[in-house]
Design a protein around this ligand. Structure first.
Ligand SMILES: C[S@@+](CC[C@H](N)C(=O)[O-])C[C@H]1O[C@@H](n2cnc3c(N)ncnc32)[C@H](O)[C@@H]1O
Length: 214
């Protein structure tokens, strides 16, 4: 096993307790032939902890899939936390609803089905505010998502962006010219230098960017 895999297995075995419900989300994705692209367990745990430590009460998630990360996030916020989750595909949203119902969390989560860019504009037009954001959707739109999310947050809000190593593709100079890796590189530049953000990139999973809105 390479060093990165050894470290990941160590963290997962020692620090992450995935209960049967979380495990069943992955099994369900396999059974339904849906993509196995939920956040890895250690990223789920990190999101849970960040939500808990920050005392977040109103979160926005972009990229729901089967609700795996949503379960971690909602559990981290506690019984009085609310999540708005944006998802393009009704098939994914339907499966997530089933999982959230089984988790006893469905009444805390509002799901907007459709293109996140439009859902975000809707939320902006209603002057909605969130104190915790998770972005885990189509990479190409991450830079625009961040700009829109900044209109939905005040000082102190936490922003988490997953896949900021993009499977190592951001380090390949030739590949990095392709639109998706180029967008992820741009996200790292935005997070590290945006005047309204202070940020770090944690090397867990596929790279978890964490920022605080100034
Ligand atoms: C990586 S998966 C999300 C995984 C989820 N966060 C988890 O860990 O359980 C990305 C999701 O984003 C959705 N997605 C892709 N493009 C989107 C868009 N333009 N608007 C909203 N959702 C989108 C996909 O359908 C997919 O379900």
């Amino acid at each position: 096993m390479d060093q990165k895999k050894v470290e990941q297995t160590y963290i997962q075995e020692l620090y992450v307790q995935e209960d049967d419900l979380l495990k069943s989300v992955t099994t369900g994705l396999v059974e339904k032939g849906l993509p196995l692209i939920s956040v890895p367990p250690e990223v789920g745990k990190a999101i849970y902890l960040l939500a808990k430590i920050s005392g977040a009460k109103r979160a926005l998630e972009i990229g729901l899939l089967g609700g795996y990360s949503t379960i971690w996030l909602t559990r981290g916020m506690g019984a009085d936390g609310e999540v708005v989750s944006l998802e393009l595909k009704e098939e994914h949203a339907g499966f997530a609803r089933e999982n959230l119902l089984r988790a006893g969390l469905l009444d805390q989560v509002s799901i907007y089905v459709g293109d996140a860019l439009q859902s975000l504009d809707q939320l902006i037009s209603k002057s909605e505010k969130f104190d915790f954001i998770v972005i885990d959707a189509d990479k190409i739109n991450y830079p625009v998502y961040i700009e829109k999310v900044l209109q939905l947050t005040d000082s102190g809000a936490i922003l988490c962006c997953d896949n900021l190593f993009f499977n190592g593709r951001i380090f390949d100079e030739k590949d990095a010219m392709n639109p998706a890796p180029a967008a992820v590189r741009k996200v790292n530049e935005i997070l590290s230098s945006h005047p309204r953000l202070e940020s770090i990139l944690f090397p867990i999973g596929d790279g978890l960017g964490v920022a605080r809105v100034k």
